[in-house]
Design a protein around this ligand. Structure first.
Ligand SMILES: [Zn+2]
Length: 487
């Protein structure tokens, strides 16, 4: 079989265009399809046509996947793409100034990112940050995102965000959240226009989710939730104990929160973080079928509270994973999976050791009945793929390699220096790989990254635009640009 050509097969993703991904280790993330040490994946147009150990498809282009892991693209259920211009600015930062006078207390997320930078965003800043962050994550194998876009100061800002998501060419749920509330802002009413103008069909790469933040106050969030349900849009909102939201969630859980008849938990709600919430609120979340997105590394470092992994497990729920903010942490799926797995195992391992009292003969006890099971690599792979698809109502299209679904596929290089020899497919992906192993990325059948290079993106030009946007933001926010000042 010939080596892969330097240039990608052309016209992929178009109706009737077929090609074969041949000879890879296929991890479908669909229990009905299963796993294959070696198999072929046939792509037809934007869909997966077949997966089998040896597919005969005479005359079609062949992508040589020998030595590669073939699996569904990763899904990030909460990313603030507009903050791409502020990457690593807040590497130490907390959510809010805690009065400690430490480097972590100044700058902070609320004080700088939300209160100083966000208000000076122009529509062109929204566009380039959203586009560049999207391309960067596509390059890392994240084929679907929920962009929690909290920058809707005007309808022009809104349209810029949507255009950027479309131009990035990956699957995205556009999260229509609030802006800074200036006079020309149209949130949440502009949702009617946005739905009609951009999202009259749900059968497109970019779909719409309604933001309905509790911190906006009862009247505003009730209004947003009502509009969402009228327009048949899913609702997403942050739920952060460290932001004082526990009483609000309790009110909602008790059926007291909100104004209007249609305000309450349901399977159309995605709650983000869920740190510091009461047992009662959690039970209602479970009973109502609410979905939960966990941003493990961000929650740990920015003091949202402890990621609720054990609570979810105790209730028989599973999270999806999210990167949240690049001001503070890398948004690649490997960071999210590894931090989620290691954090949960640290908590469980410590609780098991404590059962033995830390001294011989009980220094390595058998776990007592009822001890949570340790997360496995399979668990976090599920969180980072199919769970995300379910939580964004996109599981009929993506999240697994299933014939009939759209072809959102990544090829990961298992021959690479940091991975070979391959002894476990799920193990290698979670425990060894990083974004350098993401060789080829396919969205809805279209090859978007080939042999390590992103296609159809003038990254030099876009980087220049991003830097100019960054310069404007720092200048307009009156924040000093200094490469060593905020560490
Ligand atoms: Zn967030």
């Amino acid at each position: 079989m010939p080596e892969n050509p330097a240039t990608a097969p052309v016209d992929t993703g178009r109706p009737g265009r077929r090609y074969l991904i041949r000879g890879g280790a296929v991890m479908s993330m669909d229990p009905e399809v299963g796993d294959f040490e070696i198999a072929d994946v046939l792509v037809d147009g934007d869909k997966i046509a077949a997966i089998a150990p040896a597919i005969e498809a005479p005359g079609v282009d062949v992508v040589d996947a020998r030595g590669r892991i073939v699996m569904p693209g990763f899904i990030d259920t909460h990313h603030h793409l507009f903050e791409t211009a502020l990457r690593s600015f807040l590497a130490n930062g907390l959510l809010v100034d805690d009065g400690s006078g430490t480097p972590s207390a100044d700058p902070t997320y609320v004080g700088h990112v939300l209160q100083r930078f966000a208000p000076v965003y122009r529509p062109e800043d929204v566009y380039i940050t959203t586009l560049f962050g999207g391309l960067a994550q596509l390059d890392a194998g994240v084929t679907t995102v929920l962009d929690v876009s909290q920058i809707h100061h005007s309808p022009e800002h809104t349209d810029a965000a949507i255009e950027a998501l479309a131009d990035a060419g990956r699957r995205a749920a556009f999260g229509y959240f609030e802006g800074d509330g200036r006079a020309e802002a149209r949130y949440p009413q502009d949702a009617y226009r946005v739905r009609k103008q951009w999202f009259s069909s749900d059968d497109q790469l970019v779909t719409m989710v309604m933001g309905g933040e509790f911190y906006l106050g009862e009247e505003l969030y009730s209004n947003a939730w009502g509009i969402a349900r009228e327009l048949d849009l899913q609702i997403a909102a942050h739920a952060v104990g460290a932001f004082g939201m526990r009483p609000l969630l309790d009110d909602l859980a008790h059926g007291r929160g909100g104004t209007g008849k249609d305000i309450g938990f349901g399977p159309d709600v995605l709650l983000i973080h869920m740190t510091g919430m009461s047992d009662f609120a959690w039970e209602r979340v479970r009973d109502a079928g609410v979905h939960v997105s966990v941003s493990t590394p961000i929650e740990m470092t920015m003091r949202h509270g402890t990621p609720p992994l054990l609570k979810l497990q105790q209730l028989g729920l599973e999270p999806s994973l999210s990167s949240d903010v690049e001001t503070t942490m890398a948004p690649d799926p490997f960071t999210l999976m590894r931090s989620t797995m290691t954090m949960q195992r640290m908590l469980v391992n410590e609780s098991v050791l404590a059962q033995g009292g830390f001294t011989p003969p009980g220094h390595y006890p058998a776990p007592a009945p009822g001890t949570p099971q340790l997360f496995t690599v399979r668990d976090v792979l599920r969180f980072a793929t199919i769970n995300g698809a379910e939580h964004l109502r996109l599981d009929h299209k993506t999240g697994s390699l299933t014939p009939g679904k759209e072809a959102d596929i990544v090829l990961l290089d298992a021959t690479a220096l940091n991975v070979t020899p391959l002894n476990s497919v799920p193990g290698a992906v979670v425990s060894l790989m990083d974004r350098s192993n993401v060789e080829t990325v396919i969205v809805a059948g279209k090859i978007r990254k080939w042999q390590g290079s992103l296609l159809e993106a003038d990254l030099v030009r876009l980087r220049g635009e991003l830097e100019r946007s960054r310069d404007h933001l720092f200048r307009a926010a009156d924040v000093q640009q200094n490469l060593f000042a905020y560490s």
